[in-house]
Design a protein around this ligand. Structure first.
Ligand code: HEC
Ligand code: HEC
Length: 450
């Protein structure tokens, strides 16, 4: 018995000895030894990381204000307009009905079931601003967090989240109340009108070197589904033709594999997340982009020091990795089959890849170019106004998946083409495609199927 055990150990040792350093001629990084002995393989370390990053990223995307309550609440006093005079704020307050009319959304899963029941039964009025406060207390207003005083329970500040503009709900309970759809642009949301509720817009007026009345006018010029993420860099509120300079809220899904983001290709997803959290949501963190020090292009941003922000404490940087991860995990949604004609879409695919040359830029299956997906305004046959507001002075090829989620608000960065019909017309003329009536129609069905 004992003899057998010894032989076994000897054979075992022999194998270990023979395997590890063999073959002698091969050099490997001695650092890999660090992963050899723990029971857990590095594969499972990676799997655990995936779960953890997605969960944290989702929480950040949905619920993190990055300290922005210091601006929206403490400075602009937006919470006072929401609460209304009776609840310690100002004015009449914001009823749930008004909030829904402004395009704000309610996450059904967060509304206490008792409250849902009474809303359904009509016992709680959607006209009453106190119900809005109830919803904020339950953390059910998508993209907005209310901060309540522990003692007198009054709303003392509000902050905003990524989900404010980049999530909507599926209306499963009522219009504007349902399950979250992260990454779907909220094309109902009137960002400007929500901000304009703020009693004190002087901090924005100071930054933009103008007066409050002008700030209010600009905010109300955006309309639903739009926001201007460059206004506080260059101060350009209107295009040369007098229309608003705001852009439509883009999809924040289907972005994995895409190199540059925003309509004008400012940078990667994580670049832009840092940009937005620091310079737009006005959270507190570190941000570095020397391109914003260009005074000629970005007079406002350069003067405000947006190109190098280093506050003593940082609520943003440690969240960027998980936030990035989560965003890349959000797939583009599949359009319902009833939204398009399958046979026409199949024919349209041929047109897209062939005669119309769409696929040279919108390369399937990413529908943008692998590489450096930027184009001059001339290449796509439009004006250079918005391109010139960005460092690269170009337009980025928009990934086309999930187009059906952005039928409201129009296409191209400023929504200039209200329908796909007009988009195809534009290409037909600008690129001299000579599409026949049926090719044109088929191409539209294909776009709707993406
Ligand atoms: C007030 C509305 C608003 C908020 C809040 C907001 N965004 Fe955006 N987001 C926009 C707009 C508008 C654009 C397009 C900007 C442009 O092209 O100039 C954009 C662009 C993006 C893009 C690029 C999409 C693409 O197609 O390339 C990503 C990714 C993104 N936002 C993620 C985020 C994240 C993450 C947060 C939170 C840190 C956030 N956004 C907060 C309005 C918002
Ligand atoms: C030279 C490259 C190029 C070609 C070719 C091209 N596109 Fe585009 N496409 C772009 C760019 C760049 C944008 C973004 C324009 C903007 O936002 O102002 C865009 C935007 C779009 C949009 C709007 C997406 C949105 O959400 O706003 C659609 C739809 C579209 N293209 C379809 C097509 C079709 C169909 C064709 C072929 C007929 C085509 N494109 C050919 C570069 C191209």
């Amino acid at each position: 018995m004992q003899k057998h055990t010894c032989t076994f150990i000897l054979i075992g040792l022999g194998i270990v000895f023979a395997c590890a350093p063999y073959p002698k001629e091969v050099e490997t990084n001695s650092a890999v030894k660090a992963q050899r002995f723990p029971a857990e393989s590095f594969d499972s370390v990676i799997e655990d990381n995936v779960d953890d990053m997605i969960k944290r990223g989702r929480d950040i995307f949905r619920y993190d204000t990055f300290g922005s309550e210091n601006f929206w609440g403490d400075k602009l006093r937006l919470h006072e307009a929401i609460a209304g005079e009776k609840q310690g704020g100002r004015g009449t307050g914001l009823s749930p009905k008004q909030a829904l009319q402004l395009g704000l959304k309610v996450d059904q899963a967060k509304v206490p079931s008792t409250l849902l029941e009474v809303i359904k039964g009509g016992a709680v009025s959607l006209e009453n601003p106190e119900t809005t406060l109830e919803l904020l207390r339950a953390n059910a207003v998508v993209g907005v967090t209310g901060f309540f005083d522990k003692k007198d329970k009054r709303l003392r500040s509000v902050g905003i989240q990524c989900a404010f503009c980049h999530s909507t709900v599926d209306d499963s309970f009522a219009k504007g109340i349902g399950r979250r759809l992260d990454g779907w642009p909220n094309r109902d949301l009137n960002v400007g009108a929500v901000v304009e509720l703020s009693p004190n817009l002087q901090p924005l007026a100071d930054l933009l070197k103008t007066d409050e009345a002008t700030v209010r006018k600009v905010l109300l010029s955006w309309g639903p589904g739009k926001y201007d993420a460059e206004l506080n860099q260059d101060g350009k509120a209107f295009r040369p033709d007098g229309k608003s300079a705001a852009t439509v809220l883009p999809a924040a899904f289907g972005l994995a594999g895409v190199h540059l983001h925003t309509y004008t290709g400012w940078g990667s997803v994580t670049y832009w997340n840092a940009y937005v959290a620091n310079t737009q949501m006005v959270g507190r963190g570190t941000f570095f982009d020397p391109r914003l020090k260009n005074e000629a292009q970005f007079p406002i941003g350069a003067a405000a020091g947006f190109g190098d922000m280093r506050p003593p404490s940082d609520l943003i940087t440690e969240k960027l990795a998980a936030l990035h991860f989560y965003q890349l995990a959000i797939p583009a949604p599949t359009p319902p089959k009833k939204l398009f004609d399958k046979d026409a879409a199949a024919r349209g695919k041929e047109v897209f890849n062939g005669k119309a040359h769409c696929a040279t830029c919108h390369v399937p299956p990413l529908f943008t170019e692998p590489g450096w997906p930027l184009h001059t305004p001339e290449e796509i046959g439009i004006d250079d106004f918005q391109a010139n507001r960005s460092p690269e002075k170009r337009y980025r090829t928009t990934p086309l998946r999930g187009l059906f989620t952005r039928m409201k608000g129009g296409f191209y960065h400023d929504g200039r083409f209200p329908t796909l019909d007009e988009v195809v017309d534009h290409y037909n003329v600008a690129m001299k495609l000579n599409l026949t009536g049926s090719e044109h129609a088929d191409l539209i069905e294909y776009l709707k199927s993406l």
